[in-house]
Design a protein around this ligand. Sequence first.
Ligand code: IFM
Length: 759
Amino acid sequence: MRPTADSSWIVLEEGYDSLLECSRAARFAISNGFLGVRGARAIHRGGRWVANSRTLVAGLFDTAGEEPAIPRLAVAPDWMKVRILLQGEPLIHHIEDATGQERILDMQRGAVIGRARLSNASASGVKLRSFHIASLSQRAIGMQIILLEMEQGAIEVTLEASIDAVDIGLLSDRAEHGLSVWRTESSGTRLAVATAVSLQIDRRLVPSTVCGLSQWSWKWTSSPGQVICLARTVAMTRAGKDDIDPARGAQEALESAQMMGWPAVVAAHERAWDNRWACSDVEVEGDPVAQQALRFALYHLNGAANPADEHVSIAARALTGDDYHGHVFWDTEIYLLPFYTLTWPQAARALLMYRFHTLSGARARAAAMGWQGALYAWESADTGAETCPSQVVGPDRKLVDVNCGKQEQHISADIAYAVWQYWRITGDDAFLREAGAEILLETARFWASRTTMESDGHCHIRGVIGPDEYHESIDDNAFTNVMARWNIRRAIETAALLRDRWPESWRRLSGQLKLDEAELQRWGEVAKAIATGFDSSTGLFEQFAGFFTLEDIDVAAYSGRSVPIDVVLGRERTQRSQVVKQADVVALLALLPAEFPGDAAAKNFEYYASRCGHGSSLSRAMHGIVAARLGDAETALDFFRKTSAIDLDDRHAAIEGGVHIASLGGIWMMAVLGFAGLSFGNDYLALAPTLPAAWKSLSFTVQWRSRYLKIRISEPTAIVHIAMEAGDPMKVLVNGEMFTLSRVEPLQVKIKTLAGAVS
Ligand code: IFM
């Protein structure tokens, strides 16, 4: 139960501050992509006072019986509660005990470790140490260990371990001692929870005196220095309405964990984390704050995915909180998939398969809106139907309409983008043939039907919202249109590829989609004619038609504000201005840099970065990537630091509803795609590093078509070192020069300069 000694692997919180508990519950959440357990304290006085404790189970959506029915992640029973009474008085956390309390997120081991001294009003006390995990090696398993050391003797001690399922909103199907099965009212999805609890006093197993359906209780008289160990294992399994009874799976998982014993379960979990870290760690020398931020990001990213489940994806707050109800946005494909594709392709594949399995929902949505092909939901849950609410409470507590569900359609191109990147990076042809191609073709078909050829000879996409959600019902959003064009072109390329390399797959798929040459040709014409808003005389993309005529507000003049800029300016004025909520043209520049010829990249960055209010946690990461690629490492570092602060700094209260997983993905992207300048071509990986002055070196691992590469960029010597741990020789482009890398010989390239190098 001792935490990792190296401080860059831990997040430490000392003392107890009830006002910060909700944020800390998110920050200290543990997750394995199936179970997410918020880091609320287990010790409680009774009742349901710990409002921020939550266990969330991926895919367990329910609609809470409201109209319109919006699926939300249901809350699973809280399996970690413990109540300790000394002489009948419950122990609680006291603010004044601050010095005796610490909680550590041990990111290396994927565990939360606590230490506290708890006492009651008569000053009888215990020393407490706690440890809990959501097993990364057996995703059904959660485990909690509590060690108590009694300070005084002759005290009557009561210890209760319970599972709290009051008001969780699930229907009970079965309840036995240590086993319960629950059902969501709307979808009939079931959740089985099997639990085993044991208590040892001075290493002697003691049977519980009370054994309720979900309660275990012990009573004894203390002796000074007595050591008590409570070990609880929970196994949770989810099953669809028509699947077999999940109870059996939960019981089997529990039995297997019990057979192993908790030290072996913990050891297997730690080995699984070691493996994830070996594949994904990023090391920065010279900047401990950045190092910790990277580890924190990687910890949550590695805990958010489950390669074994193709029917769930990662929500905007992963499994760490209730904000956005567990809904999946473009965050996953644009901000998370780069990390998974390059470090954990199995997880990336499962996430893309979720989009494949929800294609029918996307087709239904396009059809319902009068278009063809597949229009993915802006907010997606279990079926792929649109789950974006049509109204929310605004910052001024008034109801505001939300049009994203109808108009933020770039999501379809974003998913196609992630599919293509995954295939190009992994070379997973089976995925392309069996799932990816269908996504690419159906999203392209949507765009082709969504555009209208008008009298000016251009195809227009009217009435959308781009990533900058301050401006609604706009025409020809550059991000949407250029991504749509790219989507159509990749679909045409995919069709040609299938036809040539896998004619049988092409026959099957084109037959199934009723896709013929004439339609493909039409798509080509649409792609050629799409309006993009690019003006070759200025090198600027106009964010949408008419954007340049809007009021130009000096965003820098509002830099001291404590609320988003649209709150300061008011919604109407913001909409009439060039103030941008988040990276929009800049996001396009980060995703498709080849669309920005000559000095257009620098010009667009300069124009749009100064007009951005960063009203979304997603915004700065895209700016950071682009700034680094443009050679401005210090500006990029500023974006990196501000993004890191979103979830690690207590001044950002919005973390209560869960960590911002997209911005955590963005932290990895800034390091690898920005500072290291990683990109790829048809048959090579490319690096064009630009490190901030404070970073003495940057090291990371990526996978490229079944090869494992370890890359280190060191500033004092300006050397890029690449070692290949497995796989056939491959080409690597470093600062524009091509090299061949093999397993036998690592590559060592001396480059001219790092800081300030323009890629
Ligand atoms: O997907 C984002 C969107 O871009 C901005 N608002 C929050 C969403 C979820 O993170």
